[in-house]
Unconditional design. Sequence first.
Length: 537
Amino acid sequence: MSHSDLSRFLDFGSADLYKKLDLPPPHWDSGRLIVDSESLAALSRTAFSEIAFKYPRGHLELLAAIHRDEDASPNEKFVVEMLLRNAAIAAEGLLPMCQDTGTALIYGWKGAGIEMSPEAASKAAPDDDDAATLARGAAEAYAERRLRKSQQGPESVLAEKNTKDNLPALVDLRAAPGSAYRFLFAAKGGGSTSRTSLSMESPAILRKEALEAVLTARIKALGASACPPYTIAVALGGASGSQALYAMELAAFGLLDGLPGSAEADGSPLRSAEWEEIVAKIAAESGTGAQWGGRHLALETRFIRLSRHAANLPLAIGVSCSAHRKARAYVDESGWHIEKMEDDPGRLLPRESAVLPDAVEVDLDAPAPEWMEKLRRLDAGAAVSLSGTVTVARDLAHARVAALLRDGQPMPAYFTDHPIFYAGPTDPAPGAVTGSFGPTTASRMDSYLEPFMKKGASLVTIAKGARGKEAAAAIAGAKGIYLACVGGAAAIMARDHVVESRIIDHADLGMEAVRAVRLKNLPALVVIDARGANFYS
């Protein structure tokens, strides 16, 4: 293998990090380790079933440390406590930790001494190779555990429909030496994926001040829409942009933690503790904090330096959100193994609950002029507790309403009579009011605000993260309000804050159907007030 081959540096930790699965063990035949394809599918199904409800060990300890930090703001402590309580509810196995159960990501490194059993190969469909088998296991997990199906398949350049099984998954399998098959299973929601950036920088930035300036601009631009606290990963260099992105993704999930801190200019990569501290400092000084202001935008940081062509300098930056859904796994002659998850998040809950200070109670079932006037009196940064009816609608529903307006049709009453909550929940368990329920990224609906507000609609919107300048101007012009609630806390929102949910329009859109939802004491923050003041500014 070459010095630049990242697979030789993968960090899978020690054996005590894993539990052994009750699957048919592989066996040796003619010097090859024979594995069963159905066990491969079962491994994938198990992994995606686990990571939707449970966090990696050690991750929640980092969140709990923020709650104990004397320098953490009251808002940060409140957000972190919601995330910890959310983890305890999700671990019960009924409500996924986040409503956006993500795209299934599968990275694998297949040893040259691994072979699929001939019996399994003869039973498989013609195209049922390892990648298809792993993807099939992921799809089974999404169906069995009522995880949200978010993948859109194109019919043409402009037309698309939900694939209904959350496939395709991203499956990236690579050859490796030895007789073991190693895996990273991960799920990334749209919010964290959208914070990925790749640029081709000039080598002139390889000066401390210049590189810090570039990183500062990019890290401040991350914002709160992808549910911090984040693991922020940076990869600088690479034989191509795709290699930089690959290294950044693996680093964000901890697979490059074992890289050395220095190299001999032979093409080997390195991990820089110095620059991880610089990235952490930039994140702390951004002011975004753990969603509602503070110093804890970053939970962890990773900085990877790769070799490069003399004329090129790729820079990839990305995040794993507070949910951090990932599990390592492997199969070798000892059997099938998967990384242990945190089974008891409740042990980390604080003894004394954090309180959202001075939250103003707002009854959304009162006459609209009453709750509108109450919200319009509040300043950016004020806390509210929301009860009453909201209309839940996100991207595709907004697109359909916009099409109605272009055709001269009236604005639906549900867009003018109630606040609009941007969300797409998971499917509910039988007899449950809702599946996991939480906000999606506000900025994706920015372009709809001005035309909708001119029709008296979307005067109050609820989502997560910041909005763009045009959206903020539209809100100020209409004396509207934008509220943010805690992202990544969908299990606790579903259990404690959603009283009723029913589809009222566009049922064919599945998780993007328009719903009438009744809330109870949902905490939120005024981000843009009726005078245009912006909390994130």
